[in-house]
Design a protein around this ligand. Structure first.
Ligand SMILES: [Zn+2]
Length: 224
């Protein structure tokens, strides 16, 4: 209904639980299997999901969901923050990551990369890891104070941006892409859609009371 009228996938944002359940069912049908939806908290907690999650268990609060269970899908929820998806062809691991300003500062990108590397028990081929940076608020829209911009750009210089109306801003997708490049990963897909500018996407900055979209990645299990 209203602000949630197009596939809101998050509980706790004011939508009806039954509607969210229906919407989550639509996503599960689309990927033909169970989907574990993240419960993000702008932190760096990692949840490793085992077979028990195939039965629809709720995950712990975490901003990184990772699994190697064949048939299980993981979903990150966002409405301006960066939905980051990861696939490692070497181990078969997939991860869904929620990257907001706070999580970025706490190192959630590095945490997710470490979790993926740990899942493969020693392999080191970075070119087998693919990242997808989904729709997020862009650097021309994400206005922040000059203090906040300075705090973030001290660690992530590429986050520095300016709004279309010439005030301090942050470019979180660019910061994520830059960090991945710095860590040696070059298989990065960027969707470059702005949640704030596109009415079809949920944007917390634009609407405050709004739903959450999801980035979903499915695990095919370890390579044969
Ligand atoms: Zn924008």
């Amino acid at each position: 209904m209203g602000p949630y009228a197009s596939l809101n996938l998050a509980h706790h944002v004011g939508d009806e639980d039954s509607a969210v359940g229906t919407n989550r069912g639509i996503v599960a049908d689309a990927v033909r299997g169970p989907v574990v939806f993240m419960r993000p908290a702008h932190g760096v907690a990692v949840a490793y999901l085992d077979e028990s999650y195939l039965a629809g268990r709720e995950p712990p609060v975490a901003d990184v969901l990772i699994t190697t269970v064949r048939g299980l899908s993981v979903a990150t929820l966002a409405a301006d923050c960066v939905p980051l998806l990861v696939h490692d062809a070497e181990s078969g691991a997939v991860a869904a990551v929620h990257v907001g300003r706070e999580g970025l500062l706490r190192g959630v990108v590095d945490t997710a990369v470490a979790a993926i590397m740990e899942a493969r028990h020693g392999g080191v081929r970075q070119e087998s890891v693919t990242f997808s940076i989904g729709p997020a608020i862009c650097g021309r829209c994400y206005e922040v104070s000059s203090e906040v911009r300075a705090e973030v750009t001290a660690r992530y210089p590429l986050a520095r941006s300016t709004t279309r109306w010439a005030t301090p801003a942050l470019d979180l997708p660019q910061a994520v892409a830059g960090r991945l490049a710095h860590l040696g990963f070059d298989r990065v897909v960027r969707h470059r859609r702005c949640t704030f500018e596109e009415p079809r996407l949920f944007s917390y900055r634009r609407d405050r009371l709004t739903g959450r979209q999801a980035g979903v990645v499915s695990c095919d299990g370890p390579p044969a």
